[in-house]
Write a protein that binds this ligand. Sequence first.
Ligand code: 13P
Length: 244
Amino acid sequence: MSARRPLVAGNWKMNGMPDAIGELRATMAGAGDARCDVLVCPPFPLVADFAREAGEGAVGIGAQDCHPEEKGAHTGDVSASLLAAIGARAVILGHSERRADHGEDDALVRAKAEAALGAGLLPIVCVGETEAQRDAGEAEATVLGQLDGSLPDDAGVVVAYEPVWAIGTGRVPGTDDIAAMHAAIRKALVARHGEAGQGIRILYGGSVKPGNAAEIFAIDDVDGGLIGGASLKADDFLGIVAAA
Ligand code: 13P
């Protein structure tokens, strides 16, 4: 048994209108006695209302990105300190969709993670290989390279391993492949942070559903999940929370 408390985080991506607060309420109602940490990460404009609704309860609210600087001339961006001020507890950083859509590189992700830590937010730093990289036998090198460049020196982070080809596709790596990657990530975290590296949670993300969550979460060094599509409906999300 690991001392790490599992975390199940829902990444709503660009989904959800204001009335989706009903799904948050249903999640809160069902997650009261969860034996894991639970986060819901809606789009920016919903973060404040959701955080007010969630209060100090069992479900935390997170965002999906932040800017590395605290303020300034950055049209359309949002600072970590503003997110913290409106009640967010965490922020997802370096998601493969942001790396692809917005050209975010490791150094930028690291700067964002440092800003998040400085603001008192929990950074969830995402890494993961493309299908071409896996086919070329470069999955581990890719992921460890991303980790090396994206992680701050502070160990107060969460890592999310999300193979790009498993996101939204219904395809999930075999349990042996997940186990091997999470073990490699753990080794790298301990090499970098010493004993503190044992305390960093490593989430798996990519097509996690209520039906496969228990099997995935039972793998060594899988400390919960980062959930996309299945986090949008409280019933599905709670099924995954229950599996943790
Ligand atoms: P899906 O759960 O929809 O595959 O998305 C995973 C993901 O990208 C979470 O960040």
